[in-house]
Design a protein around this ligand. Sequence first.
Ligand code: NAP
Ligand code: SF4
Length: 676
Amino acid sequence: MSRFPLLLSPLTVGGLHLPNRVVMGAMHTRLETLDRAHERLCAFYAARARGETGLLLSGGHAPVPEGAMDEAAPVFDREAQVDAHRAIVDAVTRAGGRIALQILHAGRYARVPGCVAPSAGRARINSFEPRVLTLDEVRATIRSHAHTAALAKEAGYAGVEIMGSEGYLINEFTSTITNRRDDEYGGSFDARLRFPVEIVRAVRAAVGPGFLIIYRISAVDLMPGGMTSDEVATLARLIEEAGADLINTGIGWHESLVPTIAAAVPRAAWIDAVQNVKQAVSIPVMASNRINTPEVAEAILARGAADLVSMARPLLADPDFALKLRQQRSDEINTCIACNQACLDAIFSERAASCLVNPRAGREIEFGGAKAAQALKLAVVGGGPAGMAFAVNAAERGHRVTLFEAQAQLGGQLNMARRIPGKREFDEALRYHRTRLQRLGVELHLGRRVTADEIAQGGFDEVVLATGATPRVPDIAGIDHRKVLSYVDVLARGAAVGERVAIIGAGGIGFDVALFLLGDVRDATDVAHFRRTWGVDAHLQGAGGLAAPQQPVPPRREVHLLQRKPGTPGRTLGRTTGWILKALLRQADLRLHAGVKYERIDDAGLHLRDADGKPQCLAVDHVIVCAGQVEDRALHDALRARGFTVHLIGGADRAAELDAVRAIDQAARLAERIGG
Ligand code: NAP
Ligand code: SF4
């Protein structure tokens, strides 16, 4: 008996038979910007279809060029494009799946000249000023959605999803924040709902019965003056009446000041808003946002909050999510850790998405997955992200792998990362690797530093050094004072830290240590606490689902975070998560210093010159050094001297700007090459 009977139960909706309730949500991957883009898209979706995903949703396609997310984003408005789309549909169908096309008009979020909106006003997150749609243009935009839906049907798609959430054009019409029109599409509540309702009707008229229409509703806007839960319920009912077969839910506008999908958001934090929609309609409803494990998804279905579960990033992380459920291998799911590092951060930096825990995502054509021509006996030294990922990928290709880790447990820097508030999802990456290593029969030697001689006696063909990086010790007088600790002392060795602290180095690790010292560890699991912290209505009912933010609580410590370079610290943090970290630290009264020059550390504290060159002493109990890292390659020369081919990966290869994305990607690519 499966542990996930509801998730694995079939459903027929809009004339379409789905084998299970796992849906891959739409995601703008920017794969279109890479070479062999079409081949990549086919391979990307086919992999997820082979993984038995119940239904795939494509990335958003604009019905008109001015509605595209950016100039490289896809527009589907011409007959001549149908054949290319049919090839994607065929690839999915051959792999046993089904795919619907998402129609997305980005409205005032479109990063294109000539973008449009219901009323005047630029979005905080877009530098392009929108032009106000005329009444004729509003009607033409409705028709353009119907036209794209008809093209999608011709291309063989199983249906369409109309994107009505996240603050894009349709959502802009439903809200007084962005709709101040005085024609039939603005003014009263009813008039503001006319645009989405007429789009659904027009799409239904264009595609006829028996073709799946999904409408993605903004279940909660998370914007001041946004819709109330009653208003959302009314819209949902009208959408059902207009001819939609299924309602998907979106959470928050992109410009909202509340995090919605980052790891700092508790799992299933938005389910009350989804349930509000579910209670309003008789058609099936789909839950989305911060649902990353089958346990969470099954609980949502069991609670009756939704009928299907949409997961976008989790299906980037593991294309075989549904297949593994059916095969009762859910402990082998490579779980999305909600880091955004290789997916959304990449997209918002105008790069193509991939996945931190699965570098194959979007790069399927670069990874054949074939067994190695020559099965080798391989030694891997270091059980951090790079070493574990290499060992798993190499063993999958048929190599015999032995992994040596000096610490008593696997994980390397992941064991430190998991201690930061909001980063407990790293536990899933540890669980995945441990399980796979065990199932693949990788020989593990933990808790002892292996020597070059021992490796030489092991009869290995080649050695992979994934020994990581060690903290850089900056050249500051008094750096060996008893007040000085490294981030490893604090995060891995549990060193006691005083009430007043200075952190040297305001990179990713410095910010993380600041949050560790100031933040609230409940953040990642306690929904009520999360809502209070971010000014979200306890029941998600009021306008936009917002409430007054909580009164600031007294900070746990006095923490100073310092860097030598001028400018605001935190520029290297993730595009989509750095603002969350900074907002939490602002609430906790973190004191930032830029442009400093360190002079010495002594009993009085940390002596420095501030940005104006004035001498200052921060009277702190501890100085924590987070000044970057240097490569740990202790074994390299000794192994080379013994004639080994030695491969360096992760921090051992290059510590500067090291992150787990690069470490795991490099590991997977080496595993793909080694042994031919
Ligand atoms: P980092 O981001 O390169 O930051 C190193 C910090 O140390 C900088 O602020 C630098 O600023 C300072 N520094 C460098 N050399 C110094 C010296 N000799 N003396 C004093 N200060 C010095 O490196 P990290 O913080 O170690 O992070 C490593 C990697 O992990 C990063 O690339 C990051 O991507 C990743 N990471 C990211 C996150 C996140 O985004 N939340 C969290 C953890 C780790 P100045 O030179 O201006 O003083
Ligand atoms: Fe999830 Fe991070 Fe992968 Fe994005 S990069 S899909 S957030 S694990």
